[in-house]
Design a protein around this ligand. Sequence first.
Ligand SMILES: O=C(O)c1ccccc1N[C@@H]1O[C@H](COP(=O)(O)O)[C@@H](O)[C@H]1O
Length: 216
Amino acid sequence: MNAPLRTRIKFCGMTRAQDVALAGELGVDAVGFVFASKSPRRLDIEQAAALRAHAMPFVDVVALMMDSPAELVREVVARVRPTLLQFHGDEDDAYCRGFGLPFLKAVAMGGTDDEPVAARFAHHPHASGFLLDSHARGGSGGTGRTFDWSRVPHGIDRPLLLAGGIGPDNVFDAIRAVQPWGVDVSSGIESAPGEKDAVKMRRFVEEVRRADAAAD
Ligand SMILES: O=C(O)c1ccccc1N[C@@H]1O[C@H](COP(=O)(O)O)[C@@H](O)[C@H]1O
């Protein structure tokens, strides 16, 4: 894919109505609700359904699952009505596509994995895009750690979202280095797990726009 004219932004791990509303005001493309059982940002279905009402038009709502029972995913789809699913575990392509929604698949960029990154995309032919995160295979995301951005493959025919340890202070450099289709941030815009910081959220968006304006 060509370098995008506008880098998409996803704010993940939202837990508060005011943060979801501010994301919309700032022109963020997507907000993520985490249902992974071990996450400090995990929502139950009632909380997520209530938060969903604060998402503005044209803001996608992404439900993040990690090796969840299919029954939970179905309930989230029915009651929270996400526009996209994001799978962070060992879910295979057939499982991921079985919920009738487009999905993103997270690819673990940390640890030691002999399979080349580009080859891993082939395991999920129906993924709408891939999210490259810094955790090792089997580990959780939302770590606040970066990975070696030079390992991001080029010339991939589907959207790539760069994640892992990105924040207002490094997102400009990240976009210049990788030219991803989008960036995904959680802890880098927080004051505490799940509590987004309005100043960091705004600065993050400004830095993405600055990188887009500086693109060759
Ligand atoms: O956010 C979480 O708690 C989480 C838990 C389990 C799997 C994924 C999770 N978050 C994803 O990880 C990226 C990177 O997070 P960070 O910016 O390094 O804190 C985040 O954008 C989510 O997509």
